[in-house]
Design a protein around this ligand. Structure first.
Ligand SMILES: Cc1cc2nc3c(=O)[nH]c(=O)nc-3n(C[C@H](O)[C@H](O)[C@H](O)COP(=O)(O)O)c2cc1C
Length: 308
């Protein structure tokens, strides 16, 4: 389950419901930094399930260390570092709707529950978070998303390696050069992703670059894939092109919005059933049989390919 922030706006079941059903289906759950539930609450809802932590990487190293140690203490196995959203994109429909939950203390729960952030806010603002939620939200967001000041560089990955002893996966890779940088930085995986097309208008489809990235680095780290998985055959295509696994975002979030955790669960069960049937109908015994020879790229009239 791809990391999805601010789930309370879809349903009261929010991240706790999603993390619970992930465990019951045996699907790893990726907890977003921008969540409406804390690291600890999600861990308890996920129980004995597999959970990963997605980092929107704060500028403040003490804050980063605190988030990583909370994740580690609470059984998160993999660190997913999102690279493509160091600041939020220009999103006209959000602006039209005045949709900025982060500025109202919604989606800031990992920060507000963090002892290092609490102490820092007390020291710099001279008040408690509850005294001024809007100002506290601004302070937390400035650390996570502000374009002001120095941002992290490839060299900084060493800092994460020093403070996280499990696998690290970089999310938001769309170019072979960056995939090669990921290998050099010593991480264990990447997610080929364009953030569901939500960051750069006109960004190429991530499926377009998946094969060349797999060819360049697939034997050196685990290549995962997301952005646009909707059906069983979408999953088969991504696996055949060399992805080790796929992440799914909007489909189960729509289910969550319609019918809470039961809705999210039904969507995922449907997707798994579709995958099973598609594998069988394609004559494949299981995901291990997914390879390129299974696919044929057919150029239909009107197709436009990114040739450069
Ligand atoms: C509503 C919404 C919230 C998201 N929140 C996060 C987030 O907090 N962290 C993150 O790394 N990616 C986030 N993403 C991106 C997803 O993890 C994922 O890359 C994308 O949704 C995959 O595409 P799909 O929705 O087509 O499956 C979000 C996407 C959506 C639609």
């Amino acid at each position: 389950m791809a990391p999805i922030g601010v789930q309370a706006i879809y349903h009261n079941d929010k991240e706790l419901g999603s993390a619970e059903i992930a465990a019951s289906l045996g699907i790893p759950y990726i907890h977003s930094t921008a969540a409406t539930s804390s690291i600890e609450e999600v861990a308890s809802a996920n129980g004995s399930g597999h959970r990963w932590f997605q980092l929107y990487w704060p500028k403040d190293n003490e804050l980063t260390k605190s988030l990583l140690s909370r994740a580690k203490e609470n059984g998160y196995e993999v660190l997913v570092v999102t690279l493509d959203t160091w600041t939020l994109a220009w999103r006209p429909s959000d602006l039209d709707n005045g949709y900025v939950p982060f500025m109202k203390g919604v989606g800031t729960q990992n920060g507000f529950s963090d002892p290092v952030f609490q102490e820092k806010y007390r020291r710099t603002a001279g008040k408690e978070i509850e005294d001024d939620v809007v100002a506290a939200s601004s302070a937390w967001n400035a650390d996570l998303f502000s374009s002001q000041g120095d941002r992290h560089t490839w060299e900084d990955i060493a800092f994460l390696r020093n403070h996280w002893d499990g696998p690290i996966v970089l999310k938001g890779i769309q170019h072979v050069d960056d995939a090669l940088m990921a290998v050099r930085s010593g991480v264990q995986g990447i997610v080929v992703s364009n953030h569901g097309g939500r960051q750069v208008d006109g960004a190429i489809a991530s499926l377009e670059v998946l094969p060349e990235i797999v060819d360049a680095v697939g034997d050196k780290l685990a290549v995962l894939f997301d952005s646009g998985i909707r059906t069983g055959s979408d999953i088969v295509k991504a696996l055949c092109l060399g992805a080790k696994a796929v992440l799914v975002g909007r489909p189960w979030v729509y289910g969550l919005g319609i019918a809470g955790k039961k809705g999210a669960q039904d969507v995922l069960l449907g997707l798994l059933a579709d995958l099973d049937l598609t594998l069988g109908l394609a004559g494949l015994q299981g995901v291990q049989d997914c390879k390129r020879a299974v696919l044929r790229k057919v150029a239909y009239g009107g197709d436009v390919h990114s040739a450069y």
